[in-house]
Ligand binder design. Structure first.
Ligand code: 1HE
Length: 265
């Protein structure tokens, strides 16, 4: 597994601070961070390397006023891809977004401007979405003569339900503001989505890495299982996580009355 510092990244930036909080930046602002094939390969490489690098949480942010304009429509239009070529490309999108969702490290997206098409597919693969006042969500595939290919048919209905997704794709409906939060596209709406994303990343980083690994992989895996199998898998994961040495100090502190109390601030 290559070191993060050794990765050749043209469209992404990655910086890890002294607390193990990584900042991953979509860095094609002149193209509104549209996802070309190269960016997808960079996401695969980066999110393959991050979980084993000791990183405690990731903030996914973007340069420029828009988070991500989705599939690079110009590259796609000019490449004249065959069905098989585009299918293979979509499988690379899935690889990238699966690495994010199942990687075991909390990923928090700081959203702004357009989060559309493949941009929403990317955003829906992270664990926490934070939007600001400029953020809007759309699936303009229907308007473009396209269809989703980066996992939206699985992840977007899980967030907002099938009917809303179908409406977005058929009619071009955009969601923004409070409505976007209430339907489930974002969990937080704040004036500064980056500041909030870092605050949340630091909160996640206080958890034991093994708890975060389970939260950021097991829950997604369990959604793919039958109820019976998920219950069995949950018991097995809890068997490992809930007996970890790293939790002992926290349990002792609670028993002595010095542990954190779970109350509203
Ligand atoms: C792009 C892309 C792109 C911008 N691919 N180059 N996604 C969409 O349908 C959204 C397409 N983009 C837009 O609707 C608008 O660009 C935005 C609303 C996001 C931003 O508007 P604006 O006025 O700030 O920027 P712009 O002038 O439209 O674009 C600036 C440049 O970015 C321009 O390039 P330039 O070389 O002429 O300066 C644009 O061509 C470029 N650009 N968006 C390529 N998407 C796995 S299947 C997934 C299927 C989908 O994702 S469908 C949804 C596609």
């Amino acid at each position: 597994m290559p070191d993060i510092a050794d990765l050749a990244l043209n469209n992404l930036l990655c910086h890890v601070d002294q607390d193990g909080i990584a900042t991953v930046t979509l860095n094609r602002p002149a193209k509104r961070n549209a996802l070309n094939a190269e960016t997808i390969e960079e996401l695969v490489a980066l999110f393959s390397a991050l979980p084993s690098s000791g990183v405690r949480a990731v903030v996914l942010r973007a340069e420029g006023p828009h988070f991500c304009a989705g599939l690079d429509l110009v590259e796609h239009g000019q490449s004249e891809r065959s069905p098989a070529e585009f299918m293979r490309l979509c499988l690379r999108w899935h690889e990238a977004f699966t690495k994010i969702e199942y990687g075991g490290v909390p990923v928090i997206a700081a959203l702004k401007g357009a989060v559309v098409g493949g941009g929403l597919e990317l955003a829906s693969s992270v664990h926490i979405r934070v939007m600001d006042e400029t953020t809007y969500f759309g699936l303009p595939e229907g308007q473009r003569g396209l269809f989703t290919g980066g996992g939206a048919t699985i992840r977007v209905p899980a967030l907002i339900g099938r009917a809303r997704m179908v409406d977005m794709m058929l009619t071009g409906r955009l969601y923004s503001g409070d409505e976007a939060v209430s339907v489930g596209l974002a969990q937080y709406r704040v004036p500064d989505s980056e500041a909030k994303a870092y605050e949340l990343a630091r909160a996640c980083a206080q958890n034991t890495p093994l708890s975060n690994f389970a939260i950021c992989s097991a829950i997604s895996h369990m959604q793919n299982m039958s109820g019976l199998d998920a219950a069995y898998a949950e018991a097995m994961v809890a068997g490992i996580v809930n007996t970890q040495d790293a939790a002992k100090g926290r349990l002792d502190a609670f028993a002595k009355g010095t542990g954190v109390k779970i109350k509203p601030a």
